[in-house]
Design a protein around this ligand. Structure first.
Ligand SMILES: [Zn+2]
Length: 268
């Protein structure tokens, strides 16, 4: 690819046009630069290319390859979805999510939209709250399954189970290290943390949980919780709660009576 000398030219939308170049595919590409607004790379400059689809295709191919590598890694086997989700929930889809009221209909629409818009480099966080039995886990398993069908790796795990898995890595006989688990959890394109707030909190739990959450800045995470956003603030304190419900997050509250899927039992 031929690079034309970099010269900063002002451009709209907070982007700075760096230069124009011609891509191998023959199209003219404009290369812009913008500051990264959040996450571990906050403040650094990042280049964006507009004009052809090569970059997108390259990213999609990388995602596929990453998925292949992840699927065959030992650490990923610790997150085998069949071991994490009970049998009924593993069959959860948008089609067998039964809505009984407006809040559930809205949640279903948002869930589908999330999948439609899902892109590993455009993080969106969802925070589902509501009483047990309204289908929060059903919806988030359905999302994880649909995102995987699009070709992106996803993990669904309850927070108490996740903490047990981390503790298990301290066992001498564990064939997976804590670092390996964390590297998967931090890098997976979509992580669903089910039932946040249900964990027994102590310093260790908070350190592990918030290390993970902070290191996932820039990636999409879905939370389900029996606690509404305000209750979460009371439970964790405003500062910690705002690391979960951050500027990338949408809060979705489920209301209504206890929930059952068609012929399935849902546990969340
Ligand atoms: Zn191109």
């Amino acid at each position: 690819m031929e690079n034309i000398e970099k010269a900063k030219i002002p451009a709209p939308n907070g982007l700075t046009l760096l230069y124009e170049t011609s891509c191998d595919c023959g199209e003219t590409v404009k290369v812009y630069e913008a500051e990264i607004m959040g996450g571990p790379k906050k403040g650094q400059m990042k280049e964006f290319r507009f004009g052809c689809k090569c970059e997108e295709k390259k990213l999609a191919k990388e995602a596929q390859e990453q998925l292949k590598r992840l699927k065959h890694s030992k650490a990923m086997q610790a997150f085998d979805r069949h071991s994490l989700v009970n049998r009924a929930l593993s069959r959860a889809t948008f089609d067998n999510y039964e809505t009984a009221n407006e809040s559930q209909e809205r949640a279903l629409r948002n869930a589908k939209k999330f999948v439609e818009k899902f892109h590993p480099h455009k993080p969106i966080n969802l925070y589902y709250s509501g009483d047990p039995g309204l289908g929060k886990s059903h919806l988030s398993v359905s999302i994880a399954n649909a995102v995987m069908e699009k070709g992106y790796p996803a993990i669904f795990i309850s927070v108490p189970k996740l903490l047990r898995k981390i503790r298990n890595t301290y066992n001498k006989n564990s064939d997976v290290s804590e670092d390996q688990l964390f590297s998967i959890l931090e890098q997976i394109d979509l992580l669903v943390l089910d039932d946040i707030g249900a964990e027994n909190r102590n310093d260790w739990v908070e350190e592990k949980l918030f290390d993970l959450i902070d290191n996932r800045q820039g990636r999409s995470t879905i939370y389900t919780s029996n606690y509404g956003p305000d209750e979460l603030k009371q439970l964790m304190g405003e500062r910690d709660a705002s690391r979960i419900i951050n500027e990338d997050a949408y809060t979705i509250e489920l209301k209504g009576d206890n929930y059952r899927t068609k012929g399935l039992r849902a546990n969340g």
